[in-house]
Design a protein around this ligand. Structure first.
Ligand code: GLC
Length: 419
């Protein structure tokens, strides 16, 4: 093995292989179309927020289309918001009436999604918000739409948080009992301590229901995966023994997770590919988010970009799936990934230079090189002949001769076969 991961209680083997997943933030906030935090940002009361519950009507919802798109983009798993901070459940829970079943949707929206993605061969994950702005027993912490309303806060001083914790555990039990095999449990918003949430007990229950499941770190107890948000890490994460930690960065098109009509600073497919590559070169996955509309569609801005990412993945998946960080140093403007067997390196070229690429430390290591998009040979310069051009300290440098014309790929990749 070229790289070794820390052992985890859940099964992370498939996860570090698959590398790329779809995050879906979908709930009644899509009707507002201005961030899933709209209730908080605009300090809405329950009565004010009710209009989204009353008017959410996903008449165009077709999860088969979503699943096809995710697959076409090269994604191998998905994580859907079973409940976000507004508390509205996407499935037909027996534990509250605050669920989409009672909106104009009139049905469980989660079950057909799970089925559609599973049918396309994707693994299934649930994002579940611990934070809840609707439940009357939620122990209010630092984040609540009414936190500045003294009267409200006074009236809610004596909430019985333990009732909410019961509810939270009950919801998780339903999610992990009623939908077949669930591969990831992704918590968020655990603003209180693990003691408050009875996280140890929660995790014990989860593992007894779904022994192989992967659990993230946001229920305030570190589990299988670390899930930093909208960041690219500088280097791989390791434990004290030098083993890699399993991590996943979640990212958005434009900053918001839920559908945001008027947000315009969308990332390009090239930037998204670079973020994925950069993460894999540091041992991480990328969970890339879509925020479907109130009518239940993934909007054209997202579809177009995901298809472009998919076109890149079709030709370059070999440098992503099953790959991880390399022991070698990448050349300037490049990222290196290495396959698990350790006999191939993938050089991702972030900016196309003139004629030569210099790879330090690889001078005597590479038997053959080719572009990945078309399998065309890349000449390796005769190191001896290059010696007069290279300073002494750079003698074990691999010199690749690249065409002047950059291939038609968002990020060109050179596959290096090690000796
Ligand atoms: C944050 C936000 C949230 C989003 C999540 C994704 O914690 O509260 O809206 O769901 O990050 O990682």
């Amino acid at each position: 093995m070229a790289f070794e991961y820390q052992d985890t209680p859940g099964d992370t083997e498939w996860f570090v292989h698959d590398r790329f997943g779809m995050f879906i933030h979908w709930g009644i906030y899509a009707a507002a179309g201005r961030h899933e935090w709209v209730k908080m940002y605009e300090k809405m009361t329950d009565e004010e927020y009710q209009k989204y519950f009353d008017h959410f009507d996903p008449d165009l919802y077709d999860p088969k289309q979503w699943a096809k798109l995710a697959k076409e983009a090269g994604m191998k798993y998905f994580v859907i918001t079973s409940k976000h901070h507004d508390g509205c459940c996407l499935w037909d829970t027996q534990l509250t009436d605050w669920k989409v079943t009672n909106t104009r949707a009139g049905r469980d929206l989660l079950a057909p999604m799970v089925e559609a993605f599973r049918n396309e061969g994707l693994k299934v994950g649930f994002y579940h918000s611990i934070l809840d702005w609707h439940h009357p027993d939620y122990p209010i912490g630092g984040t609540h739409p009414r936190i500045e309303d003294e009267e409200f806060m006074k009236a809610n001083r004596d909430r019985d948080g333990s009732k909410y914790v019961e509810y939270l555990h009950g919801c998780v039990r339903e999610l992990l009992t009623n939908f077949g095999k669930v591969d990831i449990m992704w918590f968020d918003g655990g603003e209180h301590s693990a003691e408050v949430w009875r996280s140890e007990q929660l995790i014990e229950m989860i593992r007894s229901l779904q022994p192989e499941i992967i659990i993230n770190d946001r229920a305030r107890v570190p589990q299988d995966i670390t899930t930093p948000e909208q960041v690219q890490l500088a280097e791989p994460l390791r434990d004290e023994d030098g083993k890699l930690l399993v991590w996943e960065s979640c990212q958005t098109f434009s900053g918001s997770w839920g559908y945001y009509r008027d947000q315009l600073d969308w990332k390009s497919p090239e930037m998204i590919v670079k973020m994925l590559v950069d993460g894999v070169s540091k041992g991480g996955n990328m969970l890339f988010n879509v925020g479907p509309t109130g009518r239940g569609e993934i909007e054209p801005r997202a579809v177009e970009r995901l298809k472009a990412v998919g076109a890149w993945m079709r030709l370059h998946g070999r440098s992503i799936y099953g790959c991880g960080p390399s022991e070698f140093t990448p050349p300037a403007d490049g990222r290196l990934t290495q396959n698990a067997a350790g006999d191939r390196l993938y050089l991702h070229i972030f900016s196309w230079p003139f004629k030569h690429i210099y790879c330090p430390g690889l001078g005597d290591k590479v038997a053959y090189a080719q572009l990945l998009n078309d399998g065309s040979e890349i000449a390796i310069s005769d190191a001896e002949a290059m010696h007069h051009r290279l300073p002494e300290h750079a003698k074990n440098t691999l010199v690749l001769e690249i065409p002047v014309q950059k291939p038609l790929a968002a990020v060109p990749v050179i596959e290096l076969f090690l000796k």
